[in-house]
Design a binder for this molecule. Structure first.
Ligand SMILES: [Zn+2]
Length: 479
């Protein structure tokens, strides 16, 4: 906590982000390079994310379990493209209890292999299918360039792993979980996302098909905010996950995996934040409202705090997450700035005059100054606050969507394309060739983010090679 101003987003978006994460007390650097300490305020935000996702997973028939952190190194090597993809990022344990291990152990970078091993034991018959398991855990990937929440050596996430009898069921599951992520992002985080299909180059190591949700950050860059993979029979074959079908024939299963991580916290920061700091979506904010009592004399303090506590109790009873800022020796102005920086959606200012009038000042974080302030009677305060929280939630989504639309171009030629990806997304015809994708990346730093599921139809010419193309893709520079 300090009075120093953040750099503006226009000056230095990256530094604005770094300082904000530290100053808002979301996370801190760890003694090991690239690791992250998630502080209580950041963890509370993550807990609300996990609760919103977990209830959706359970509503779609999934159950939670826990698999081990340590994986025999030979497991990772069983699926060819999986090992190629993950080898450079593995952390390997070679010693235990002071002895060199016979077989090195890998700290899980993801759990397809160890879960595949277990599924091979558990699944025998078509009656055992589908298996729909999720786990909440952390994984380690030895990343070279790191940034708090966005890319850290260890990160927190959920990984869902399912096994099915048919290819169609596995594809339906993959798409269902992409829909779950989309619904979560839009309704809970007020983050507009584009669900789509990844290119072969951007696919998960060992997947037949990867889908993702892509969001536009406040600097126009893209962030992959969640992924869902159709693993085909690749892991089923590597780990012998088989079942007897209803005619008595032994078949390999079809598996999927899907994950959303603490990266999403980074998305929330970069989609909604402004030059004053965080703006948290009400449905996920650790504190939805902060009460700042204002007083000078002891008599005023007694009266104001009494009224403030009554309001707090009413709001809590209505299920609203409330913080009362009773810190001594700090001016109301300081507290306003502090909670604005930390992104609390609503603020109640309560002074002796408000107590006398039985009203409060209710201020919105997303609308600074007078425009966002209103006088609200203390009677029926919970209803007024609930309604305003919904309004803020919707306003954040609308603003983020309008921003994305105004920074998404449909360039008519490659020169326009190059300008478009300087400031945002380019939505362009693409022939599907990895060669075009690679050259575009080399020349513009923009990657193929996804082929959106929602397509305009018809056909056009590839933005790079001009060959006939059936699909349009989102290209952007990305985190
Ligand atoms: Zn092309």
């Amino acid at each position: 906590m300090s009075d120093l101003k953040l750099p503006t987003r226009a000056e230095d978006f990256s530094e604005w982000y770094n300082q904000l994460v530290l100053r808002a007390e979301l996370a801190d650097y760890a003694p090991v390079r690239g690791c992250m300490i998630v502080r209580p305020y950041g963890w509370a935000l993550w807990e609300n994310i996990t609760a919103a996702l977990d209830s959706r997973f359970k509503a779609t028939g999934h159950v939670n379990a826990a698999f081990p952190l340590l994986i025999p190194k030979s497991f990772i090597e069983k699926e060819k493209s999986h090992v190629e993809g993950f080898s450079p990022e593995l952390a390997v344990v070679t010693h235990g209890g002071g002895e060199k291990l016979e077989e090195p152990l890998v700290i899980r970078p993801t759990s397809e292999t160890i879960i595949g091993h277990a599924y091979a034991k558990w699944i025998q018959s078509y009656r055992d299918l589908p298996v729909l398991i999720n786990q909440w855990n952390s994984v380690v990937r030895w990343e070279l360039r790191t940034k708090l929440f966005l890319r850290t050596l260890e990160f927190f996430w959920q990984e869902g792993h399912t096994a099915h009898a048919t290819a169609e069921e596995a594809e339906a599951e993959t798409r269902q979980m992409l829909d779950v992520y989309t619904d979560f992002a839009v309704r809970e985080a007020a983050v507009p996302v584009i669900p789509g299909k990844k290119s072969a180059a951007e696919r998960f190591a060992g997947a037949d098909q990867t889908y993702s949700i892509e969001a536009m950050m406040g600097d126009g860059k893209a962030l992959q905010a969640g992924t869902s993979h159709n693993l085909g029979q690749n892991f089923a074959k590597a780990f012998e996950i088989r079942y007897l079908d209803n005619t008595g024939v032994l078949q390999h299963c079809w598996t999927t995996s899907w994950g959303l991580s603490t990266r999403f916290v980074g998305a929330i920061i970069m989609v909604h934040g402004d030059d004053q700091g965080l703006i948290l979506p009400p449905r996920l904010a650790p504190h939805q409202l902060v009460i700042v009592p204002i007083y000078k004399s002891d008599d005023e303090k007694i009266a104001v705090l009494e009224a403030a506590r009554k309001i707090r109790a009413e709001l809590i009873a209505a299920g609203i997450r409330v913080k009362m800022d009773e810190r001594d020796g700090l001016s109301p102005g300081f507290k306003f700035n502090d909670w604005e920086m930390r992104g609390v959606p609503l603020r109640i200012e309560l002074g002796p005059k408000d107590v006398a009038k039985a009203s409060v000042v209710l201020a919105r974080r997303d609308k600074p100054g007078k425009e966002g302030k209103s006088f609200v009677p203390q009677a029926g305060i919970a209803g007024a606050v609930s309604a305003l929280l919904n309004e803020v939630q919707q306003a954040l989504f609308d603003r983020a969507l309008a921003f994305r639309k105004s920074n998404t171009a449909e360039p008519s030629d490659y020169n326009e394309f190059k300008l478009a990806v300087e400031k945002g997304f380019a939505f362009s015809w693409w022939c599907g060739s990895g060669d075009c994708e690679e050259k575009i990346k080399a020349e513009t730093k923009a990657t193929m983010r996804c082929i959106p599921l929602e397509q305009p139809g018809g056909a056009g010419n590839c933005i790079f090679c001009a060959k006939p193309s059936q699909e349009k893709a989102i290209f952007a520079r990305a985190y």
